[in-house]
Structure formats: C-alpha cells, structure tokens
Design a protein around this ligand. Sequence first.
Ligand code: C2E
Ligand code: MG
Ligand code: MG
Ligand code: MG
Length: 293
Amino acid sequence: RAKETGKARCVVYTPRASGPTEDDISLEAAMFKAVREGEFMLYYQPIVDAATREIEGFETLMRWKHPTIGMVPPARFIPLAEANGLINLLGAWALKAACVQLRHFEDAARRPLYISVNISPRQFRSDKFLDVLDDALAYSGLPGERLVLEITEGTLMTDPVHAEAILGKMAERRARIAIDDFGTGYSSLAYLKNFPISVLKIDRAFIRDLPGSQKDGAICNAVLDLARHLSLSVVAEGVETEEQMQYMGERGCRYVQGYLTGKPMAANVAVAALTERHYRDVIRDVRKDVTRD
Ligand code: C2E
Ligand code: MG
Ligand code: MG
Ligand code: MG
C-alpha cells in the first residue's frame, strides 16, 4: 500500500482492520485544510425537561461540512483528530464558541440555560486543558456553573489519578461533569464515589428498545435509582418516541435528549426556537392581563 500512495510519503504498515485506510489519510489531509477554510461548525441539540418539555440546555455537536463530500459525521473525523492531535485545536474552538453561543441562546430565551460540551480523552489529558477552559469562561463571561463537560468512562479510567486532579480543578471552576454514554465503557462504579460527577447520560443503546425490553428497563431503573441516592441528574440519550419519553419520565428521569424533542440544529435555528417560545409565553401572559382587565 505504501507504493500505491506513491511519492515520498511515509506509510506505516499496519493490518487494515486497525490501521488508517487510504480514505482516512486523504480525509486527514483535507481536515487540516478544513480548519484553515473554516469548514467545521457546531450544531446544538436541545436537552429538555421531561415533565415540562422546556429546553434546559443544549449539547454541542461538531459538524464538518466538506465542500464536495458534504457532511462528514463526527464518528468519522473525531477519531482521526484524536489520533493526529487536531482535536486539541478543534476542541478548544468548540468550547469557546459554545460558551459564547450560550449567551446568545440565553438572550433569546430570556432565562438561564446550560451548555454541554464533549471533551475527548486527548483533550482531557492535555496539560493545556485548564487554560483552554479558563479562556473559554473568561472570554464568554459565562459563569462556570452553566457549563457541563461531557467525558466518557474510558477517559476517567485510563489514568484515574490524573482524572481526579483535573476533575477537582473543573469543580473549582464550578463546571459540572457529565458521564457520557454511561454504562457502555469499561469502568468501575468506585469513580462515582471518589470523583465530583454531577450528571449521568444514559447511552441510547439502553433507550432504543424501551418500553418493550425488560432488560433495558431494569438497567435504566437501576441507573435512576443509583443517581437518586447519589444526587446525580440523569439525561436519557436518544429518546425518539413518546413512549420512551413517558417511560423515562415516569421513572424519575428529569432530562431527555433525542430526535423526539429536537435534532441537532444550527445555532440560528435554535435561537428561532427559543425566541418563538419566548414570544408565545409573552403573548399568553398579555392575553391573561387583557382578559383580567
Ligand atoms: P455523543 O456525545 O454521545 O452525542 C450524541 C449523539 O447521538 C450525537 O451524534 C447525536 O446526533 C445523536 N443523537 C441524538 N439524539 C438521537 C436520537 O434520538 N437518535 C439517534 N439515533 N441518535 C441521536 P453525533 O452528532 O453524530 O456525534 C457522535 C459522537 O461524536 C458524539 O456522541 C461524541 O462522542 C462525538 N462528538 C461530537 N461532537 C464532538 C465534539 O465537539 N468534541 C468531541 N470530542 N466529540 C464530539
Ligand atoms: Mg456527548
Ligand atoms: Mg452520549
Ligand atoms: Mg453516545
């Protein structure tokens, strides 16, 4: 394969199953250009209160709009960025831009919301991470408590000693920590005891077959029970049907996120949704006043 890619390029021989494919290599080259050209953007998916259906916050999801191939999904480019280190740059941008964006969302909604941002293992390990976090908060003026940082169990477990130190620093800044894709990684429940975690996001693998699946139901109930006793919030990911929403809501899951209550959307679409909602409330209040007079 080294010969096929030609020229004076160094290609490491690795089994095809685990090594980079030629598509990966050209995608990677395109990625550096994409950073320069500004082809990356952020989408926002509503996180909704299951009881009131109010938007309480948004998860920030990165998108790459390639000029010829179109939308490249994060599952395709995040692992490459993680491998070549570009994730540090992209992640720093995402964090800062998301904090700034939240201020606009709050202006449109006229109430406090929160923003959730995914932090990759490599970003979390980087010794620049706390500077990046401080810069995002200072630049945006966002109070730390309105920021949620999503990390996975794997991020915590690879180096628990380092993780504990960083999580402590995040807590000092009042940013909350969410465990993303909860229940799907290699982990030990001991981290819930030792680390300052605030939110569990139940992976959509456990939501998908609800309410039919008894096993998934049992797992969700156990997580909700655990969260209740540890005073953690729970977000159900990947809620696509009314039945799933009702099932989780009835069992005490406060927040849901999924296609049912809103797909990931461009910032201007999210602002429109928040503004429309705000005006509906204003009109309702005015009507009440008018009928009272
Ligand atoms: P995640 O953090 O678990 O994000 C949730 C994913 O589930 C998103 O996929 C979202 O579009 C999708 N999703 C939400 N609701 C539903 C639903 O009802 N049904 C289904 N089938 N899917 C739903 P997306 O945007 O493709 O992102 C995939 C993953 O890529 C994310 O999983 C996250 O691990 C990673 N990612 C995305 N943006 C970033 C980022 O800015 N930084 C880092 N480090 N990772 C990111
Ligand atoms: Mg996430
Ligand atoms: Mg997730
Ligand atoms: Mg997930």
